[in-house]
Ligand binder design. Sequence first.
Ligand SMILES: C[S@@+](CC[C@H](N)C(=O)[O-])C[C@H]1O[C@@H](n2cnc3c(N)ncnc32)[C@H](O)[C@@H]1O
Length: 432
Amino acid sequence: MADDARSALASLPPLPAAFLEFLRENGLDPAMYSMADTIPRYIRLKPGMEPQIPEIESELKCRLDKVSWLPDFYAIPPEVHIAGSKAYQQGKIYGIDAASGAAILALDVKPGDHVLDLCAAPGAKLCMLADMLGGTGSLTGVDVAKHRLAACRTMLQKYSLGDRCRLFVADGTSFSILPVNSSLDSGEGSTDLKNNGNTFSEWTSKRSWKDRQKSKKAKIAGSPQPTSTSEPELIYYGKHSGLIGLRKCDVLRPSDDDEARSSGYDKVLVDAECTHDGSIKHIQKFEFWGWKTLDRRVLDAERTDDLLHLQLRLLANGFNLLKTGGSLVYSTCRLIISSHAIPIVDASSIVSHQKSFCVTTDGLPSNSLTVAQNENVVQQFLCKHPSAELQKINSADNWPCRSGSIFKTLRFDPATSQTSGLFVAKFTKFQT
Ligand SMILES: C[S@@+](CC[C@H](N)C(=O)[O-])C[C@H]1O[C@@H](n2cnc3c(N)ncnc32)[C@H](O)[C@@H]1O
């Protein structure tokens, strides 16, 4: 252990034995948990705001250090808060970790793409996706938590990025609405748009009587989260999202896998739900919450295993909605925790249809739970989806990350990348 790390570890309150054991089993250095204070905070500058850097620096009272490997990203000291600043309130900057920015770049969004963000809230990545699309294509954000998705809506509007977006409260494991099909007859621009409630008219935040009744009922019933069988709820769509003038029944029609292969999304992001507790900054919060809650909130086997299955189902459904030739990026916070490793699938059974697949131990213990929760999800997914292939992330050559245990996957380690840490895998769908 380096001297810096040792002295940083000495300044930490004692970590509970169960957690130290977990770290040991996973080949993780406890010193990483003292690092959160030294990892910079990252902001992304809205394109076109570069001339305003001196003004932003003087307002935040710190230098904006350009991140050489990531366009429009700047590092600032971790203690600087941006939320109270004018630059933030006026939508010139937003906070997003550099590794998250890399996951978006990995998607390689092109003008005109139809993009799906299946776990969109609170929306930093969604905003970056909208920026990359500019005034082209379409962006669909989905999240199961309505209040979190409402925060996305606020963000899109604040940064004037919502024009081509639509936001659905829905369960991402079963969401099946495809991008707006250009063959549908849109009445946009027509003078006699019939607003009879069956077609989309311009979006308004005012809710209809029917919607208000529905949410009243939901409140009485305790506002249940959408389940895989509930209908998706559209809570926002932009002026140029292509919906205006279309019949609701056409747009909201569930699709099947065959249809998605030809008319699905060009790009899909599955930034899956994780415990969050794996990120260094989150683990540090237990210092304040009390280490006793760590067992219940992080190391609880049932909860974390449920999460693993959720990640797999989100990935599988995101892939179903991808069109042939399209790309999907799957990302999770790097260190997610389960008390039961899913058995590693025999690589030879995958090699038969995944020639590029290759497992290396990569310095991690073979029973590593971080591997179980990241690479194993990828492995299990590849086993079940013969039309999926891992893709090399070309832009990653200059990134401060390393290969994951599966060839072509990436890991951003906090210590070496100076980010909060992320696991990233990119897939493409080919014709079977
Ligand atoms: C890691 S966060 C996503 C962060 C987001 N991509 C961003 O950049 O701000 C994971 C999100 O997944 C959502 N989620 C959890 N289960 C889901 C499900 N079944 N369907 C859709 N979203 C889900 C959570 O509500 C949470 O907002």
